[in-house]
Design a binder for this molecule. Structure first.
Ligand code: NCD
Length: 363
């Protein structure tokens, strides 16, 4: 079974194949109108979403398939205490493919391990959001004609912004990408992304608090919302929420061919006046998201006989994950599974949420 849990589940060649199919769907939609006839997509949204859920639904309907699902955790059996694993097994009897959004990190991975149909991660906590990355990549590709040799600025909540994490992972596999990380100190990119993605792939990057300083060098500016729902302290959110507001004035020293992206929803971080600027690409990004989800559904439904091996060389139940946002923190029966990233220094990561654990010798 092929799933899309993390963007690195797909190779660069596969991402290109998805982009080509998405462009073809855009040009010749009539060729795709019956491709999923008789197939059902289940949208299991345990966390609020409008655009991602409707994007999946529109994608499946435009392929001739149908959709079942829920958009509110309180209306499903999870509110009665059902585990993610059981939900995945049950839905496998009703549908052909699952798109799951969940507030706990790693929940879609648990679903993929237990479902007998493909599972797509539609966002798990502050961890990752690979289908938004598909939308982002197609937008960059269509605007720039390539995804190489560009400088991409990420601005805002780089700590909890799961779309940022997934897009950086994806970009790390393309050549000559330069990254500028623009955030307040409190919302810097998590260490695991810096160490396992940016450093490991020798990506060049700089960190700054100033959007104005970064602006002239950027080919792409990826603005993000400060993720209120992930803050433990409401005062901290209030203090940080106005950190960056993109206005036409701030764009004065930007490149003429800059592309401004935002996964949406926007709160106040891009002023509405910027929408008139031809460099604003965030509504094109929404259309690209639907096209890529169509291409993704087609791909996963055609590769159900491929076997994925995700858990080679893992350590089970010897290390415990202490991340309160990880799915293992609420589902007591799940095994705690860690994969080694640097055995010599005893560095392991949780397979669900990627939290790091350092194990001392003889431990
Ligand atoms: C993003 C998300 O859910 O992480 N939205 C989306 O999927 N379009 C970004 C956000 O909520 O800020």
């Amino acid at each position: 079974m092929r799933n899309l849990i993390d963007i690195v589940d797909f190779s660069v060649a596969e991402l290109k194949e998805l982009m080509d199919v998405a462009c073809d769907i855009d040009m010749r939609p009539e060729n795709y109108r019956e491709r999923c006839k008789g197939k059902k997509l289940a949208t299991l949204f345990f966390e609020p979403s409008t655009r991602t859920r409707l994007s999946f639904e529109a994608a499946m309907l435009e392929l001739g398939g149908s959709v079942i699902g829920f958009s509110d955790a309180s209306s499903c059996s999870a509110s009665k205490g059902e585990s993610v694993a059981d939900t995945a097994k049950v839905i496998s009897c009703y549908a052909d493919i699952i798109a799951m959004r969940h507030p706990k990190e790693g929940a879609p991975y648990v679903a993929a391990k237990n479902a007998s149909i493909p599972v797509i991660n539609a966002g798990d906590g502050g961890h990752c959001h690979p289908t938004q990355t598909l939308a982002d990549l197609l937008t960059i590709y269509r605007q720039k004609g390539k995804i190489e040799g560009i400088t991409v600025g990420f601005c805002g909540d780089l700590k909890y912004g799961r779309t940022v994490h997934s897009l950086i992972s994806a970009l790390s596999r393309y050549n000559n990408i330069n990254i500028v990380l623009i955030s307040p100190d409190e919302l810097k990119i998590p260490d695991y992304i810096k160490e396992d993605v940016i450093d490991k792939n020798a990506m060049t990057y700089t960190e700054t608090k100033s959007l104005e300083d970064a602006m002239p060098s950027l080919d792409v500016l990826y603005m993000t919302r400060i993720q209120r729902e992930r803050f433990d302290d409401a005062n901290e959110y209030e203090r940080l929420k106005g950190s960056y507001i993109l206005t036409p004035e701030k764009l004065q020293n930007a490149k003429a061919e800059l592309s401004i992206l935002h996964p949406l929803p926007r709160v106040n971080e891009i002023s509405v006046a910027v929408d008139q600027d031809e460099r604003a690409c965030y509504f094109k990004q929404v259309l690209n998201g639907k096209l890529m989800r169509m291409a993704l559904i087609l791909k996963l439904l055609s590769e159900t006989d491929i076997e994925e091996k995700r858990e080679a060389d893992v350590v089970k139940n010897k290390i415990r994950c202490s991340n309160p946002r990880c799915i293992v923190s609420v589902e007591q029966e799940l095994e705690h599974i860690f994969k080694p990233v640097d055995k010599a220094n005893g560095i392991y990561r949780c397979v669900y949420c990627e939290s790091q654990s350092i194990e001392k010798e003889n431990n």
